[in-house]
Write a protein that binds this ligand. Sequence first.
Ligand SMILES: [Zn+2]
Length: 312
Amino acid sequence: MIALSRLACMLAAGLVLAVGSASAVLAQTSEPDSAAPLSMRDDEMRMINALLDAFMEVMAPDEQAILREIDVRIPMDYDVTRVVAYRDDSGRIIEVSFGFFGLAIQLCDDEVLADYYAAQDPGIYDKFEAYVTSLNEAIDRNEQSMSQHALPRFALFAGIPEETATARAAQEDFKSYAANLRTSAIAFVLAHEIGHHVLGHTDMPPPESPAVSRERESAADRFAAELTMRVGMPAFGALPALALFAAAEGETLEPQASHPLGTCRILAAMLDSVDRLAVDERTVHLLDQSPDMMPGGERYEYFRTLMKTNCS
Ligand SMILES: [Zn+2]
């Protein structure tokens, strides 16, 4: 097994969000379906809205017009499979449940914890990967309402003492590393759903075959990979959370695959985007922050090898 969480280190420190002048699109929360009191934290809502502003700034005018029409909703429920773009009588909608956000954010934190714990336990990456796979399988079994209390926690799963995990999470370097991962993961998910609107998928009938479905998902992934790179937030490090996202959106696991299929799908989209951006003199500067992700670079080649050995 190849440890995906090792890839997290490649996230450039100090990613900067370009914040637009005014929110053209404002994400909103809705009332909880259950009696459980839930609330998105203010800083998470600010992060989502800042991302939408940043996307707006770099999009083409026709894409901006579509983004302006989108109503981004954060339903306050634990349905981790509720990540969807659609169109109805009321207009263009993106829904990302509170539960999904919580799970993606938690997984980014767990990935950082695995990295920090590797010195004590060299097998930690395999445990992290097994943990991600177990979450994917739970989603595949349609456990749509995995409450946060019912989810096995990574520290417990991997045998990391709770006091060690708590102390690590309180460190400033841990917090900024985790914040970068969280932001780039959420950016990719939002950009992918925006992609379904911009690429016209929400105007089409539902896919009539798995092949068509796969085609649309790959196109939305490529759109997301490029858009997040254009705002300086490449999601290269956030693969485990994004593999989970692919599962939540309906991607299934291949029984014999050593990796969730979603990982390969998203990895392919990222590499395609890098290849495209790198050969265009108008866009090659977007890779300035990640020189080792340039074709021929160390990380880039690592990704290519990962693809070749796991995703064919
Ligand atoms: Zn999708």
